[in-house]
Design a protein around this ligand. Structure first.
Ligand code: F0G
Length: 409
């Protein structure tokens, strides 16, 4: 690990004023890990396999023995020629984060944050979640031998995710209300109970793991940053972490350029995309956010200042998509490219379709859509598939009539 410091994202104050808590002691701003990269050269890591820990020099873990891992990262960057052709795009890629150990991008952040928790001597970890964070935390805390408590919005978490949390033995607290209320409660709990370490994306160490998404994309493209990266946005941790990653690679002269960062939100849960559209530098909270993409059903995203800065600095943008656009994109990605992702993840593809239709991305651009979670996480989508997709019924009898089948196949 290279030397780093914790710094306030807003007032830039350094360790004297900032403790290892989750917000700046002086101005209550978000915290950020800062590596001093001036004059540094790329570490000799080319022989290492692509994975989160390939980049350990740029991860804030002091002691390699503290590392808790399930082999995260190293996910596929898939060239999508069939979908690309349909959208009139020459170089379209999908970075499929569903290939991570618990089936979502959260594992990148969790391996680092749980390792940090171990280094800090923590025994109990806590998060609020729309599903994936809790599934990931439950797995990593089990591996670390730590106690895990998760707060989830009652009745609004996809079945696969809840099964994961229960299977790994975490304590599940179902909160009446939505994610925003669950997160508020988790924050209060973490403030009052110093023995509980909060692992949401307000935790700056978690975002360090998530920045490796950008490192991998650049490596997989041959030390080149793409022109545009499109991600679904909920709390905004992932898009801002990816921007930090692209920035660090450019500072180390591994890549020459940085991509436009494009965030996609569901139409009725879009505080950040709406602020970008209105050209405002603050978000307006969305009360009672709605979308079938439950992973990103968030009206009060904690990382919004980081997201707005990333989008502005990168000359990026944001867009909203409807639930039916999300479902259509999910099916297209599955049928044209063999990549099955959960609804929130398909928002990035749905957003790309909309941007392309409005001529806001060029045919020649290198575009990476990040798909954040595996399709099996949310089996409820089966009920929303068109009848033609759910199969024909065939009754087998002694005299099964193959002619009946011939009409179908
Ligand atoms: N995609 C999926 C599949 C997610 O689970 C999430 C967030 C996002 C995108 C948005 O990422 O918050 O970094 O902007 N899920 C969180 C959770 C909120 O609790 O699992 P973000």
């Amino acid at each position: 690990m290279w030397p780093y410091k914790l710094q306030c994202f807003d007032c830039q104050r350094e360790p004297a004023a900032v403790e290892t808590g989750l917000r700046c002691k002086t101005c209550d701003g978000l915290l950020e890990v800062k590596f001093e990269l001036k004059g540094k050269k790329k570490p000799s890591w080319d022989h290492r396999q692509v994975s989160v820990w390939k980049y350990r020099e740029l991860l804030p873990i002091e002691n390699e023995e503290s590392i808790i891992t399930l082999a995260e990262g190293g996910t596929g960057l898939h060239r999508c020629t069939r979908l690309g052709r349909k959208l009139g795009l020459k170089k379209l890629y999908v970075k499929n984060e569903g290939e991570n150990p618990t089936g979502s991008f959260k594992d990148r952040g969790m391996t680092v944050a749980i390792s940090k928790a171990k280094e800090l001597g923590k025994k109990k970890v806590l998060c609020a979640s729309t599903g994936n964070t809790s599934a990931s935390l439950a797995a990593y805390s089990a591996r670390a031998g730590m106690e895990c408590i998760v707060l989830v919005p009652k009745g609004k978490v996809a079945g696969g995710k809840l099964l994961q949390v229960a299977m790994h033995g975490a304590k599940i607290i179902q909160v009446k209300g939505d994610f925003d209320q669950a997160f508020k409660t988790a924050l209060k709990l973490a403030k009052r109970r110093r023995d509980l370490y909060l692992m949401n994306s307000i935790n700056p160490y978690r975002l360090e793991g998530q920045k490796t998404l950008a490192f991998e994309i650049s490596d997989q493209l041959g030390s080149k940053a793409p022109d545009s990266v499109i991600l679904p946005v909920g709390n905004g941790g992932n898009i801002s972490a990816a921007w930090k990653g692209f920035t660090e690679f450019q500072q180390l002269s591994i890549t020459k350029t940085r991509p436009r960062m494009i965030g996609i939100q569901a139409e009725k849960a879009a505080p950040i995309a709406n602020a970008v559209k209105r050209r405002e530098n603050k978000i307006r909270l969305v009360y009672n956010p709605q979308t079938l993409a439950t992973a990103i059903r968030i009206g009060s995203p904690v990382n919004w200042p980081k997201v707005l800065k990333a989008i502005k600095e990168s000359k990026g943008t944001a867009e909203t998509v409807t639930d039916s656009e999300i479902l259509q994109a999910q099916r297209e990605l599955a049928t044209l490219e063999g990549i099955f992702v959960e609804p929130a993840s398909a928002a990035s593809v749905a957003g790309l379709k909309k941007l392309r239709a409005n001529m806001r991305v060029d045919a020649s651009e290198t575009i990476v859509c990040v798909t954040t979670g595996h399709g099996l996480k949310d089996p409820s989508v089966l009920e929303r598939l068109p009848k033609s997709r759910t199969g024909y019924n065939l009754e087998i009898t002694n005299r099964t009539n193959l002619d009946a089948l011939r009409r179908i196949i």
